[in-house]
Design a binder for this molecule. Structure first.
Ligand SMILES: Nc1nc2c(ncn2[C@@H]2O[C@H](COP(=O)(O)OP(=O)(O)OP(=O)(O)O)[C@@H](O)[C@H]2O)c(=O)[nH]1
Length: 300
């Protein structure tokens, strides 16, 4: 890796149909594989990775930012908000052809709490006359202090290279997280690990601190479309391991049962969830924020 290599996580948000997928496909240059073959793929977290000689962009779809419609909704909004605060940049994409709507207001309200730099991407400029574009940009400018406002056409590619350059300038120096040829990660990994973590915190109340992490070791589709998931709950102390396992494994069993129900609702498939607990002192320092994204480290 050369010096001053830049890398970062970039969340893409926006109302449905503004062109997020089109943009990702344009940037990554090929169709992005999505693990789930369910129609509600927009619920999943899609990562597209663009690797250049001097930078790596890791794009994250954050669909939970939309108004919650189902039981998992509030939880997803919370994940989305947390995610937005952990990324290096947020791209808020709007459709130049449409006016300012309630969906945009909902997102803008969430953005008020976001500390990461937010870029307004005005997409589909090929469909509007500049006379219409400028007032729209002014309107958004008044409502939020965007880092920059960049009009593009994701479909035709206009200004997309410029957007990437602007983004690159804002990315921190960092490692190449993914191999250059890898364009996606399992999109659901992060959400699944957060669901399990939530159940752990919920079941153990105050006894186990928030310092636990959940690492998804394996997700596999098996015959009859059942999904088999292996996950490890990482704690910092032995005593916490005992609490998590519980009497004859009762606690872990309960955590597994509750988490499985939510994961099944998320994926729309039957799920087999295998959980175990591992003690690793000081994992926080060692693994840093990668855990938060559901990364699996081989040396771990
Ligand atoms: N004319 C024009 N059409 C575009 C542009 N970008 C996207 N579209 C079209 O807008 C429609 C929606 O695009 P998607 O990329 O699926 O939008 P999305 O935001 O990913 O939608 P969800 O997955 O529902 O959130 C498609 O028909 C695209 O071809 C653009 O720059 N110009």
């Amino acid at each position: 890796m050369e010096n001053n290599y830049k890398s970062g996580f970039i969340a893409i948000i926006g109302r449905p149909n503004v062109g997020k997928s089109t943009f990702m496909n344009k940037v990554i240059g090929q169709k992005i594989a999505i693990m789930s073959d369910k129609p509600q793929t927009t619920r999943n977290k899609i990562q597209g990775v663009l690797t250049q000689s001097d930078a790596q962009f890791i794009f994250i779809d954050t669909p939970g930012i939309h108004k919650p419609k189902h039981r998992l909704g509030d939880f997803m909004v919370k994940i989305a908000e947390n995610t937005l605060n952990e990324v290096d940049a947020v791209l808020f994409m709007i459709n130049a052809e449409e006016g300012y709507g309630r969906g945009d207001q909902f997102i803008m309200d969430r953005l008020e709490r976001v500390k990461s730099p937010v870029f307004l991407v005005v997409n589909k400029i090929d469909l509007v006359h500049p006379d219409k574009l400028l007032p729209l940009i002014e309107l958004y400018k008044e409502k939020y202090d965007f880092e920059e406002i960049i009009p593009i056409s994701a479909l035709q590619g206009n200004n997309v290279t410029h957007l990437l350059e602007v983004l690159k300038n804002h990315l921190p120096e960092g490692p190449q997280f993914y191999p250059a040829d890898q364009v996606t990660d399992h999109p659901e990994r992060f959400i699944i690990s957060e669901l399990i973590r939530e159940k752990v915190l919920h079941s153990t109340r105050e006894e186990v601190p928030h310092s636990i992490a959940v690492v998804i070791e394996n997700i596999e589709k098996r015959e009859s479309n059942a999904i088999f998931i292996q996950a490890v709950i990482v704690t910092e102390r032995k005593s916490q391991k005992g609490i998590l396992i519980g009497k004859q494994g009762s606690m872990l069993k309960n955590i597994g049962k509750e988490a499985r129900k939510d994961i099944e609702a998320l994926l729309g498939s039957k799920v087999y969830l295998e959980l175990w607990v591992k003690v690793q002192k000081d994992w926080r320092n060692k693994q840093s924020q990668l855990f938060e994204y559901g990364f699996r480290q081989d040396e771990y």
